[in-house]
Design a protein around this ligand. Structure first.
Ligand code: GTP
Ligand code: PEP
Length: 216
């Protein structure tokens, strides 16, 4: 059975996002924000280009993220009553469930927004395993989680945060073992960004870093 997966992608306020990356792209005002936004864009554009992906819903309190993504045709909503990552996933999943188009039941996927090297082929490989079981994709360090997909018609039950790979495992989700390096490469630190650059950054992040290099 081929399953369509609707994705929830939460994005924090740009000002407070990615503190561990601060300064990596330079000290100039606004550069950090531009880098975070470029990574979000590369992530969601790759997600939208993935065959098994149905809808993509971005959950964010940030007005710039909201307007930038709406301009590109993405669905965007606010965070709901609680400002916290798992709450944002649950809120987005509820919005998607409440507005599900007619047709076969879909799975819900929770995708992190910091995957600037993401390739649609890797995401599609991961989503191909979804249907009967809830599955999670550990990050490259094997401690965090970059993607969690519900079983069709069942709850997402997101447990993102420190050691989320373990938390997803003990909550009964199956670990994805497929070689999907661009889906595993979330970017929290300068070292992660270098690793993502080796895999091949998406066009927004790549263009921004090139501009900064030429600007010295
Ligand atoms: N909407 C929403 N998104 C969040 C929240 N917390 C984290 N995110 C998003 O979830 C993704 C993964 O979060 P982290 O890797 O912990 O990112 P971060 O908190 O920005 O990074 P650090 O400050 O370095 O810990 C990022 O794309 C964040 O923007 C939240 O409270 N609300
Ligand atoms: C919140 C998470 O992201 P990170 O480890 O990148 O902070 C997670 O992996 O559950």
């Amino acid at each position: 059975m081929t399953v369509v997966v609707d994705l929830v992608v939460p994005v924090k306020s740009l000002r407070s996002a990615k503190t561990r990356l601060r300064g990596v792209a330079g000290r100039a005002d606004g550069v950090h924000t531009e880098l975070v936004l470029a990574m979000v864009l590369d992530t969601v554009l790759a997600a939208r280009a993935t065959a098994r992906v149905g809808r993509v819903l971005v959950v964010t309190p940030d007005s710039r993220v909201n307007s930038t993504l709406r301009e590109r045709g993405f669905a965007v909503c606010g965070e709901g009553p609680v400002s916290e990552l798992n709450a944002a996933y649950r809120y987005g999943a509820a919005q998607l469930a409440a507005t599900q188009p007619a047709g076969p039941a879909r799975a819900i996927g929770a995708l992190q927004a910091d995957l600037p090297a993401l390739r649609p082929a890797d995401l599609d490989t991961a989503l191909a395993t979804a249907a009967e079981h809830r599955v999670y994709c550990p990050d490259r360090q094997k401690t965090g989680t970059t993607l969690l997909v519900s079983a069709v018609g069942e709850a997402l039950d997101p447990r993102f945060g420190p050691d989320s790979a373990h938390a997803h495992h003990v909550s009964g989700a199956r670990q994805l073992t497929a070689p999907v390096p661009t889906l595993r490469c979330d970017v929290d630190t300068a070292e992660d960004l270098a690793m993502a650059a080796e895999l091949g950054l998406g066009p927004h992040t790549s263009a921004l870093l090139d501009t900064l290099t030429y600007a010295g």
